[in-house]
Design a protein around this ligand. Structure first.
Ligand code: ATR
Length: 275
């Protein structure tokens, strides 16, 4: 029987996970389909239990459900430490929650920068994505600084890390960027439809800084345009993080090796059509 996978979130209509996973299923000849389901926060438990009853094989969980969903699954150890999940596996009658966001971002960064130990990383934001990314960077021995609009949220997150500190998005930002090796935007600033917004402008960036925006719609955000303007040589868009978190979920669900290039191509093609 055809296997059913899906993603739950709200809003969900712009998600590229269906395009990406369906391309992968087709490529490896798996009789499966991946669908998007709009689920409000108040219904997340019903949705997860219902999916299990219907025999759905696996789910991705996205904004704003990643933290709320924890209460309705058995949480794998790392996801428990992060405090958010983006993947549920329903095989063998269980419902186990994982977090593959952080691994995805770590892989993207290592491909560009190499080892992250000792690197000074400034993360903009302190939400679910920042939690996952900062957890892995901290574990790798990077020096993480979190800058968030609501500073208390960053301070709270830092208290769970080994070697991290927090600042506000105000005047402290300038010196901190000058002192950083890597800048990562994990906020929704710059995401469609607010494509002309960025938290950091060209005048604050030096060419040696690595600039990574996890936002993938549009592929070239205002932050990345500003980085180009500043002569930044290593710029990373959000597509590969989407792909790598997706490939990690795919491995959990299928025990098969995902066709990474096919998944990347499907995402980039959809993005160039839509944005
Ligand atoms: P996600 O799970 O994708 O990380 P989230 O938990 O809602 O989503 O977090 C969104 C992040 O974007 C937060 O760090 C948020 O800042 P606050 O904690 O102050 O809300 C940040 N963010 C969203 N809109 C922003 C804006 N206009 N300016 C600055 N930061 C913003």
């Amino acid at each position: 029987m055809k296997k059913i996978f899906g993603i739950i979130g709200d809003p969900i209509e712009h998600s590229l996970s269906p395009v990406m996973h369906n391309a992968a299923f087709e490529k490896i000849g798996l009789d499966a389909v991946y669908l998007a389901f709009r689920v409000p926060v108040a219904k997340v438990g019903d949705a997860i239990n219902g999916a299990k009853s219907l025999g759905i094989a696996g789910l991705n969980v996205t904004i704003p459900l990643k933290e709320e969903a924890l209460s309705f699954v058995d949480v794998e150890e790392v996801a428990k430490k992060i405090g958010a999940i983006n993947t549920i596996d329903f095989r063998s009658g269980t419902q186990v929650g994982y977090n593959t966001d952080g691994l995805g971002s770590l892989r993207v960064l290592e491909e560009t920068v190499g080892k992250l130990k000792g690197k000074k990383v400034l993360i903009l934001g302190a939400g679910g994505a920042a939690k996952a990314i900062s957890f892995y960077l901290d574990a790798e021995g990077a020096e993480v600084t979190l800058a968030n609009r609501t500073k208390e949220r960053a301070t709270q997150l830092v208290s769970n890390l080994r070697n991290a500190n927090s600042i506000s998005l105000g005047a402290e930002l300038k010196d901190c960027i000058a002192d950083s090796d890597i800048l990562i935007n994990t906020t929704s600033v710059g995401m469609y439809p607010n494509v002309d917004a960025a938290l950091v402008t060209a005048d604050l960036m030096l060419p040696e800084l690595v600039v990574f925006d996890i936002v993938y719609n549009p592929m070239e955000t205002k932050l990345l345009r500003e980085a180009k303007k500043a002569g930044v040589k290593r710029i990373i868009d959000g597509v590969m993080m989407l792909v790598y978190q997706g490939t990690a979920s795919f491995r959990i669900w299928t025990n098969r090796e995902p066709p990474i290039k096919v998944m990347e191509k499907a995402v980039r093609a959809a993005l160039s059509r839509e944005w």
